[in-house]
Design a protein. Structure first.
Length: 366
């Protein structure tokens, strides 16, 4: 039985972790022994154990909470991977892929990694990642961006994350109602364009759309800039046309229920390699307004959602106006979104991932 350990730097659960978790049972069903290495006493560790998979503790920070020096982490990973004696170690994020790439492999082990971010990298980081045996980019947009920075073309490929079509499924019927219930799920940070989203909703209301907006998410950064941004969001959501129509609901661990109860998902990200919440919303048959950035255009190549340019509140307002005025359009887009997701189910994703794993296990050692 081939074995794989997923390597995660953080113990929190967001898009990348949810994508990983959704595929664990599928890998097990295909004959893999699966474990997850992440910080102990964390939400991710608890979730892994609750799902019936082995947890391998890895501590990335020192006693003060600061990340350990790069060479210390690599030396510790060299020892961990030797102790694990597995066929594959899979770095679940760009930052972990960078750390793992140059680590000496134990005999018989291969190292692979996921790139889930579109961010500028220096040459050393790109070179470190390129030393992995194989690199999985979540979208063509993600791979093209990193290829332009010097990422190895030879050992990188596109592997679109899939979605659990049973867990995320449409309700029996979405009512034709007003006000229209808009929802956002994600981090309350600048790169997600939440400020643009609020302004777009404000304009839509000013132009006659009868809508409300619930925002589900948090901001974990303690940086002053991030906290000022969050405070500005709360002020904007409580004034003018938005007063009484915007709710900050905090984190949700039940996105499926939230999405089934909503009427429209609005996502104004300034960059989005392959948005997990977009997959979830589309699988729930929810009409979507999203920005035409990163992998979102690949996800919805044939008009399955309303795409607008980034940083364009009037574009968001216009799209919301169309949806508010037409129940038929909402039903049509919701059906098309679900049909598109049926091409991106987690089972198909697992088949492709297993094929990649088998290929890399057969390849010569680096």
């Amino acid at each position: 039985m081939p074995s794989v350990v997923y390597l995660c730097e953080y113990g929190t659960i967001y898009g990348g972790e949810n994508s990983m978790l959704s595929g664990l049972a599928e890998l097990k069903a295909r004959g893999f022994e699966v474990a997850v290495a992440c910080p102990p006493d964390s939400p991710l560790a608890a979730q892994v154990v609750s799902l019936g998979f082995a947890h391998r503790p890895v501590v990335w920070t020192d006693e003060s909470g600061r990340r350990k020096p790069l060479e210390v982490l690599r030396d510790e990973l060299r020892q961990h991977t030797a102790d694990w004696q597995v066929d594959l170690v899979h770095a679940n994020s760009l930052s972990v892929a960078r750390i793992l790439g140059p680590v000496e492999r134990p005999a018989g082990s291969k190292f692979v990694g996921h790139l889930r971010d579109i961010i500028k990298l220096n040459r050393r980081v790109v070179a470190d990642i390129s030393r992995l045996d194989e690199i999985y980019c979540v979208s063509t947009a993600t791979r093209d961006f990193h290829l332009a920075q010097g990422l190895s073309a030879e050992n990188s490929c596109v592997l679109h994350n899939g979605i659990d079509l049973a867990k995320f499924s449409p309700p029996a019927e979405r009512p034709d109602r007003l006000p229209l219930r808009l929802v956002y799920i994600g981090q309350l940070v600048m790169r997600k364009g939440v400020d643009v989203l609020l302004e777009g909703v404000r304009l839509a209301i000013a132009q006659g759309a009868d809508v409300t907006l619930d925002l589900y998410g948090e901001c974990h950064s303690a940086k002053q800039e991030a906290q000022h941004y969050l405070a500005d969001l709360h002020r904007s959501g409580q004034t003018g046309e938005l007063a009484g129509r915007v709710g900050f609901r905090g984190r949700t661990d039940d996105a499926a229920t939230v999405l089934r109860q909503a009427d429209v998902l609005v996502h104004a990200a300034r960059q989005e390699p392959w948005g997990r919440v977009l997959l979830e919303a589309a699988a729930c048959g929810l009409p979507i307004v999203a920005t035409a950035v990163g992998g979102t255009r690949e996800m919805f190549p044939a008009g399955e959602c309303l795409l607008v340019p980034p940083d364009d509140p009037p574009g968001i307002a216009a799209a919301l106006g169309k949806l508010s005025a037409s129940y038929a359009l909402r039903k049509k887009l919701g059906l098309q979104a679900r049909q598109r997701m049926e091409q991106l189910g987690v089972s198909g994703y697992a088949d492709k991932l297993v094929a990649r794993y088998q290929n890399v296990l057969r390849s010569p050692a680096k």
